[in-house]
Write a protein that binds this ligand. Structure first.
Ligand SMILES: CCCCC/C=C\C/C=C\C/C=C\C/C=C\CCCC(=O)SCCNC(=O)CCNC(=O)[C@H](O)C(C)(C)COP(=O)(O)OP(=O)(O)OC[C@H]1O[C@@H](n2cnc3c(N)ncnc32)[C@H](O)[C@@H]1OP(=O)(O)O
Length: 186
């Protein structure tokens, strides 16, 4: 990582829940309409997640043609979304909703379309409502596949929130059909 990121001294590590299903168990989508992981989101990324050892989780992303930025390569915003989703999913063990407060990505290597990306993400520790997370991505299938090469890294601060955080937008989950830009219901 080349970015600046300092973990606080008073971090505590959360305890795994007693009923944690163990490494390899699938992690359900946190919301069916989520762009990152929802199965009721046709335009979404359909990322799949499994629990790992301890506080780590693994996410998989197929780099589809529609995720293109520069010719033949993934768009940086899509990769950022994948990290956001993976690091958010790593917070699942807290059993409380979280939202992203801050996310920073290092794009270390170009990632071609057709890659299968593996993202490993974890909680590094918590301070009050703040959840410090990190993740790395590797290409595990596709033209540039090499499981020993980290192609991008991410650090992120998530905040636990109450259900009321989402209540304000609950009427908009299917968009606003009369959006002046005609896009919000898609
Ligand atoms: C997508 C929704 C997920 C819904 C899930 C529901 C249940 C599922 C359960 C678990 C989740 C599982 C998976 C999630 C998967 C994917 C996640 C995608 C997540 C997203 O994609 S989500 C969209 C983008 N996200 C937002 O839309 C947030 C907009 N934003 C706000 O809503 C507020 O901004 C908020 C709530 C972040 C904070 O507001 P607030 O009023 O609650 O807290 P406050 O400001 O008092 O800060 C308290 C302490 O955090 C420090 N702090 C705050 N922000 C900081 C920053 N940026 N940098 C450094 N420190 C920061 C302060 O310095 C203070 O620190 P200290 O305690 O030391 O004083």
């Amino acid at each position: 990582m080349s970015g600046t990121w300092t973990l606080p001294d008073d971090l505590t590590l959360p305890k795994l829940p007693d009923d944690h299903p163990g490494a390899g168990a699938p992690i359900p989508s946190h919301w069916s309409k989520c762009f990152g992981c929802g199965d009721d989101q046709p335009a979404g990324m359909a990322m799949q997640f499994t629990f790992g050892e301890g506080l780590e989780i693994t996410g998989m992303l197929d780099v589809a043609n529609r995720y293109q930025g520069g010719p033949g390569f993934i768009h940086g915003g899509i990769l950022s979304t994948a990290f956001d989703e993976a690091q958010g999913m790593a917070c699942m063990v807290l059993r409380r909703p979280v939202v992203t407060g801050h996310l920073q990505i290092d794009f270390a290597k170009p990632i071609p379309l057709g890659s299968v990306l593996e993202l490993r993400a974890r909680i590094d520790g918590t301070v009050r409502r703040k959840v410090y997370t990190s993740a790395e991505a590797r290409i595990v299938e596709g033209p540039f596949a090499d499981p020993d090469v980290v192609v991008a890294t991410s650090r992120g601060l998530f905040l636990t929130v109450g259900a009321q955080h989402f209540d304000r937008a609950k009427d908009f989950v299917d968009g606003i059909p009369r959006s002046p830009h005609g896009t919000s219901s898609v």
